[in-house]
Design a binder for this molecule. Structure first.
Ligand SMILES: [Ca+2]
Length: 177
């Protein structure tokens, strides 16, 4: 339809098309839809855990709507590494991609396989700008999270919580002049 209108405007020798851009915002949050490869090395869905952990309460407000996730829901986790991934499409021009993350105990963020230099340790909450790593097709956000050793017999919670805010400019042709 759009091409037909352009062709018609060419034939008539007038400019009919009016183009504009619009901004679209969406969020990706850690949830039980996040993919994870955990200690058993089998890919699957993450599980939501521990929202009542007292050490984690302050981070709930900072990263709203996201859930604490890990590969399993158990009281005390071993020292282990989990690989979390989210896939999403970029269809416009990304102008904001802010990723807010906290991990018990550490995390590193990779975007499309590239180290984004976004990393941190518990209990700090980090916000990283990853917009320069995005590509105009399917993107993969990967977070490597580690639960470190605790003292013997102490409980050792493990969790990751994140939220990506993505704003894209998308071209629209919404009217004729
Ligand atoms: Ca821990």
């Amino acid at each position: 339809m759009g091409n037909e209108i352009l062709y018609l405007s060419f034939l008539l020798g007038i400019s009919l098309a009016y183009s504009a851009t619009s901004e679209y915002t969406f969020y990706i949050v850690s949830s039980n839809n996040t993919q994870v490869i955990g200690q058993d090395n089998i890919p699957g869905k993450a599980v939501e855990i521990y929202d009542d952990n007292s050490d984690w309460k302050s981070m709930k407000a900072i990263i709203s709507e996201a859930a604490w996730i890990w590969d399993k829901k158990i009281d005390s986790h071993p020292s282990q590494t989990c690989y979390f991934t989210e896939n999403f499409f970029v269809t416009g021009v990304p102008i904001v991609a802010n990723l807010t993350v906290v991990s018990d105990d550490t995390f590193e963020v990779f975007v499309n396989g590239i180290d984004s230099n976004c990393a941190g340790t518990f209990p700090n909450v980090y916000t990283c700008d990853i917009v320069s790593f995005l590509i105009p097709k399917e993107n993969e956000l990967s977070i490597t999270a580690k639960n470190l050793k605790s003292t013997p017999s102490a409980s050792n919670p493990a969790g990751l919580r994140f939220k990506l805010k993505l704003i894209q400019q998308i071209k629209i042709r919404d009217s004729l002049a």
